[in-house]
Design a protein around this ligand. Structure first.
Ligand code: ADP
Ligand code: MG
Length: 587
C-alpha cells in the first residue's frame, strides 16, 4: 500500500480513542471542564449507563458566544498559551482535545451562557461535523450532552462492558471527585432518583460514607500533614481495616485523580509489617504540590503525572501516613465471642444459661464486624492524633506471669493483657535490627568456631546471590568449597541462637520467594531472621526474661503487631470482665 494522509474524520477518531475509551471517560472530561470553569454545582445525568446519554450541567463561567465554535476544535483551549505554561498547569484540562474528541464519536450538544451575555448559545457537533450556532435562553453556565456514544465507531461499542460495569465506573469516578471537591455540589442520576448527591458544604467524611459505607467511613483515620511546600490531606484505614486488593486506594494530586502512581507504593510501605500479607489498606489521599514540580503532560487521559523530585514526594507520603497509622493503632479487644471461642462447637455440654448469654454477647460482638478484626474505634480528630504519640502505644504493664509456656499475662490500666511471646519477641527483635540497619551499624559477633553449612546446589546459588545483604545484616558468610558456606559471625542480637538453623531457615525462605521488591528486601530479610530466631511458643521463660520482653515491647514503635501483621497482644477490658461476671448490665 502507498502512504496516504488519513481523511480528517478517521484521524480524529483515532485521536479520540486516546481520550474517550468508555462512557466514564466522557464523564471525566466534562466533569473536569465544569470544575475548571469554577462550578459550585455539577449535575450529571446518564441514560443506559451512559451509552445513550451523558449530560453534565454546571453553573460555571460559561463559554462566550464567539468562542463556542472554537471550543470544539482540536487543540483549542483557553487554559494554555505557550509551551512554558505546560510546566505550571493549575487547571485539570490543558490539551484542548476533549470536546473535539467527544464530538467526533457521539452526537454532542453544548449550551452555554456567560454572566454578561443576555442569551445563551447552542452548538451541535455530530460525528465531528460542527453545526451552526443558535441563540437560546439558558441560565449562566454550561450544559454538555453527548448522545449515542460511539454510534459511528461500532468497533468501540463492542468493547464496552456490561451496563453494571460501565455504570459502576461512572459512579466511582463521581464519588471520588466529590471527595476531592467537597465544596462543590455533585449529583448523579440515571432515571428519577439520584444515585449520588453531595451537599457541597466541605464535609468530606459525609462523602466518605457514600463511598465506603457508614461503618467503614467512621473508622477511617484523618491524615493531615504539611511540609516544605507539600500538603497531604484525606483518610487512610487503620490497620484492622483492610481489603484484598488495592482498588480502594485513591490518590488525587493537585485535584487530579491519578490512577497509576508510585505514591501507592509509598502508602503501602507505610503499612509495611503492620498488615497481613495480601491485605491492603483503603485510602483517599489528596496531595498538593506546587504546579511547577509536577509534569501532568505524560498521559493521554491525564491519568498519570511525573514529579520533578519523586523521592521527596514519596517519602513525604510515606512519613505522613506512617505517623497517622502509628498514632492510632488499637490493641485488638478480646471480643466476648472469641473469649468463649470453643463454646459453639460443643453446644450439648453447655448450661442453657451460658449459651443464652453467649448468644446475646455474640450479637453485640457482631456490631463491630465488617472485615474488622479490631475494635470499632471512634474517628480520631487531628487533636487526638497529636496526643497519642507513637511511643505510648502500649500502656505500662504489670507482669503477672506466663501461661502455657506461650503467653505472658499482664495487667494494664484498663484490664488484662495477654501477650503472645513469640509475636512480641519477633517485633522487639525486628525493631532493634531495623534501628541498627538504619544507622548502618549492625554489630556482629564472631563465632568461636566458624560453622560450615552444606547446601543443595540450587539453594547454594540462592544464598550466594543474597550474600551482600546478609553481610549487611551482620552475618559473615563465605563460600567454602562447592555448595558449602562458612559462617564466621552472626548479628550480636542473635548471638545466643543457633546460627546454622538461622541460615538454613533463611535459605528456605529465599526459595519460597518469587521476586521480592528490592526496597522491601531488607525489611523482609530482617523480618524472616527475627521470626526464625524469636522465642518460640512453648518455651518456658524465667520471670526476668518475661519482664525483659515486656519492657522491650513497651519501647517499640509499633508494639501491637508482629512484623508480619499478626497481633502481639489482646486486651480484655475491665468493662468486658464486669459484664462477663454480671457486675454490670448486659448492655
Ligand atoms: P481543555 O479542557 O483541555 O481546554 P476541552 O476540549 O475540554 O479542552 O475544552 C475546550 C475549551 O472549552 C476549554 O479550554 C474551555 O475554555 C471551554 N469549556 C469547555 N467546557 C466548559 C465548561 N463546562 N465551562 C466553561 N468553559 C468550558
Ligand atoms: Mg477539558
Amino acid at each position: 500500500m502507498t502512504i496516504r494522509v488519513l481523511p480528517p474524520e478517521v484521524a480524529s477518531q483515532i485521536a479520540a480513542g486516546e481520550v474517550v475509551e468508555r462512557p466514564a471517560s466522557v464523564v471525566k472530561e466534562l466533569l473536569e471542564n465544569a470544575l475548571d470553569a469554577g462550578a459550585k454545582s455539577v449535575t450529571v445525568t446518564i441514560a443506559a449507563a451512559g451509552r445513550t446519554l451523558i449530560q453534565v450541567a454546571d453553573d460555571g463561567v460559561g463559554i462566550p458566544a464567539d468562542e463556542l465554535t472554537l471550543a470544539v476544535e482540536r487543540h483549542a483551549t483557553s487554559k494554555l498559551v505557550s509551551a512554558d505554561d505546560l510546566f505550571r498547569i493549575a487547571t485539570l484540562g490543558f490539551r484542548g482535545e476533549a470536546l473535539a474528541a467527544i464530538g467526533s464519536v457521539s452526537r454532542l450538544t453544548i449550551t452555554s451562557r456567560t454572566a454578561d451575555a443576555p442569551a445563551g448559545r447552542r452548538l451541535r457537533v455530530e460525528g465531528g461535523i460542527i453545526g451552526r450556532l443558535e441563540k437560546v435562553g439558558a441560565p449562566v453556565g454550561t450544559v454538555v450532552s453527548a448522545e449515542e456514544l460511539f454510534y459511528n465507531v461500532p468497533a468501540r461499542l463492542k468493547f464496552l462492558k456490561k451496563d453494571v460495569t460501565e455504570r459502576r465506573a461512572i459512579d466511582t469516578l463521581l464519588t471520588r471527585y466529590a471527595l476531592a471537591y467537597p465544596q462543590v455540589r455533585f449529583k448523579l442520576s440515571e432515571g428519577n432518583s439520584p444515585s449520588l448527591q453531595t451537599a457541597g458544604d466541605g464535609d468530606r467524611r459525609a462523602i466518605l460514607a457514600a463511598l465506603y459505607g457508614v461503618d467503614v467511613a467512621r473508622q477511617m483515620l484523618d491524615v493531615l500533614s504539611e511540609e516544605d511546600g507539600l500538603k497531604l490531606t484525606g483518610f487512610i484505614s487503620p490497620i484492622a481495616l483492610t481489603r484484598s486488593n488495592r482498588k480502594e486506594i485513591t490518590f488525587f494530586i493537585n485535584g487530579r485523580w491519578v490512577q497509576d502512581t508510585p505514591l501507592t507504593t509509598a502508602l503501602l510501605q507505610a503499612y509495611h509489617t503492620l498488615l497481613m500479607v495480601g491485605r491492603y489498606p483503603l485510602a483517599a489521599v489528596f496531595v498538593e504540590i506546587p504546579p511547577e514540580e509536577v509534569d501532568v503532560n505524560v498521559h493521554p487521559a491525564k491519568a498519570e503525572v511525573r514529579f520533578r523530585n519523586p523521592d521527596k514526594v514519596f517519602s513525604f507520603v510515606l512519613r505522613s501516613a506512617r505517623r497517622a497509622i502509628l498514632a492510632f493503632t488499637p490493641v485488638p479487644q478480646m471480643a466476648p465471642q472469641n473469649l468463649w471461642g470453643s463454646v459453639p462447637t460443643q453446644p450439648r455440654t453447655i448450661d442453657p444459661i451460658w449459651s443464652l448469654a453467649h448468644d446475646e454477647l455474640g450479637v453485640e460482638g457482631q456490631k463491630s464486624g465488617v472485615e474488622n478484626s479490631g475494635t470499632v474505634s471512634p474517628s480520631p480528630t487531628a487533636d487526638d492524633q497529636q496526643l497519642a504519640s507513637p511511643n505510648i502505644t502500649v500502656p505500662l504493664l504489670r507482669l503477672i506471669g506466663q501461661i502455657g509456656s506461650t503467653y505472658l499475662v499482664a495487667e494494664g490500666p484498663d484490664g488484662l493483657y495477654l501477650i503472645d511471646q513469640h509475636a512480641a519477641h519477633e517485633r522487639v527483635l525486628f525493631e532493634k535490627l531495623m534501628a541498627q540497619h538504619e544507622k548502618k551499624a549492625i554489630p556482629s559477633q564472631v563465632l568461636l568456631t566458624p560453622l560450615v553449612v552444606h547446601l543443595p546446589p540450587a539453594s547454594a546459588k540462592l544464598l550466594e546471590d543474597q550474600l551482600p545483604v546478609l553481610q549487611h545484616f551482620g552475618f559473615h558468610v563465605d563460600l567454602f568449597g562447592q555448595n558449602s558456606y562458612q559462617v564466621r559471625a552472626v548479628p550480636s542480637l542473635f548471638a545466643n541462637s543457633d546460627p546454622e538453623a538461622a541460615l538454613r531457615a533463611l535459605v528456605e525462605d529465599f526459595e519460597e520467594d518469587e521476586a521480592p521488591l528490592q526496597n522491601e528486601l531488607e525489611a523482609k530479610i530482617a523480618g524472616r531472621v527475627c521470626k526464625r530466631l524469636a522465642i518460640k511458643a512453648g518455651q518456658v521463660l524465667s520471670p526476668d526474661e518475661q519482664r525483659a520482653l515486656l519492657n522491650d515491647l513497651e519501647t517499640c514503635a509499633s508494639p501491637r503487631t508482629c512484623p508480619h501483621g499478626r497481633p502481639t497482644m489482646i486486651h480484655l477490658s475491665v468493662d468486658t470482665l464486669e459484664r462477663q461476671f454480671g457486675r454490670k448490665g448486659a448492655r
